[in-house]
Design a protein around this ligand. Structure first.
Ligand SMILES: NC(=O)c1ccc[n+]([C@@H]2O[C@H](COP(=O)([O-])OP(=O)(O)OC[C@H]3O[C@@H](n4cnc5c(N)ncnc54)[C@H](OP(=O)(O)O)[C@@H]3O)[C@@H](O)[C@H]2O)c1
Length: 309
């Protein structure tokens, strides 16, 4: 073996080893207990936006099981009330609700004021910026108000709520902020232009913010799920394009509980990006390498526009 072959073999082995480690790493982390939750002070509270269904409701249940008191945000009040009552009964925690439309400025300000108050009082341990929705129309077909509504729910609300809680969290040198992005944030997606762009924003936002916060005791996470069972794909835009869950191979789906488990187990580990599921991590690793034609073919195979959450 000459020097060059040896060098290539060594580099190849190192790259494959790194890729395998990246694919497996969160599962390895999952076998441990959550480093952040295990050290939660008594009386810790979590605020979860979009807690009335899907991933947000799963976050609320998991955190209540850990003994967290909950502030449950959403617009469907009956759903929030039912979940709050269930958490009180089942886990003996305090649970209150806050109803606000995060596509509107006054809705964002309302939740941000409550979040700030809780954080300043030293009670808020975790903020989950989870509320979100999808669209399936091409950019030029969707009214500008829907694009703006999405920017507000995904971006403006996450920025304002994070800004509201940070001073309190920094003062007590502890806190967790989870921004629910998406695997879609790694791909510019036709038919999901604003969606994929807002989710990308959350990834970059979380990474840069964590750099500013190193050593402060506050941890930021960009959670990037792939296809997840929730009410996301039941919304009118998906019904309008005839979206069928069974058109997507079952191996690509995860439960909301799996997504939440991966997120909370990783919080506090120092890793900002959390991509639940080896198949999603493979997609993210390949995202910079896949040619545009491959992405478009994948989209066609997945049954039309707008299926990637
Ligand atoms: N499901 C997936 O495949 C998937 C994949 C990747 C990322 N995600 C992301 O995961 C997050 C949670 O979605 P999900 O899958 O759990 O879907 P979901 O079951 O439809 O839940 C969405 C939540 O967001 C809230 N919400 C939506 N629009 C809102 C608004 N204008 N103001 C306030 N709250 C609003 C909803 O509450 P109300 O209706 O009560 O207001 C609901 O609680 C989203 O950010 C989504 O982008 C989902």
């Amino acid at each position: 073996m000459n020097m060059l072959t040896r060098w290539f073999t060594l580099v190849g082995a190192a790259v494959s080893g790194y890729a395998l480690w990246k694919l497996a790493a969160p599962e390895v982390v999952q076998r441990r207990r959550s480093p952040f939750l295990d050290t939660a002070p008594p009386d810790a509270t979590a605020l979860v936006t979009g807690a009335s269904s899907g991933i947000g409701a799963a976050f609320a249940r998991r955190l209540a099981r850990y003994g967290y008191h909950l502030v449950l945000h959403g617009r469907r009040q009956e759903r929030l009330d039912a979940l709050a009552e269930d958490l009180r009964q089942r886990y003996g925690v305090r649970a209150r609700t806050v109803n606000a439309d995060l596509s509107r400025e006054e809705g964002i300000q309302h939740v941000a004021a409550l979040a700030e108050e809780l954080a300043e009082a030293g009670a808020l341990d975790i903020l989950v910026n989870n509320a979100g929705f999808g669209t399936t129309e091409r950019f030029a077909e969707l009214p500008a108000e829907r694009h703006l509504a999405m920017l507000n729910v995904h971006v403006t609300a996450s920025v304002c709520l994070t800004r509201a809680v940070l001073p309190g969290m920094l003062a007590r040198r502890r806190g967790g902020v989870i921004n629910v992005a998406s695997v879609a944030g790694w791909f510019p997606l036709p038919g999901n232009v604003t969606y994929s762009a807002t989710k990308r924003y959350l990834v970059n936002f979380s990474q840069a913010l964590q750099m500013e916060l190193w050593g402060s005791g506050v941890f930021v996470q960009a959670l990037c799920p792939g296809f997840t069972f929730s009410e996301f794909h039941d919304a009118p835009p998906f019904r309008a394009v005839g979206f069928r869950r069974d058109a997507v191979p079952s191996v690509l789906w995860q439960s909301a509980e799996q997504v939440v488990e991966a997120s909370l187990n990783q919080l506090g580990s120092g890793e900002v990006i959390c991509v639940p599921g080896a198949h999603n991590r493979a997609l993210v690793l390949l995202s910079g390498l896949l040619p545009r034609s491959a992405v478009q073919t994948a989209r066609r195979l997945m049954g039309g526009l707008g299926v990637l959450g």
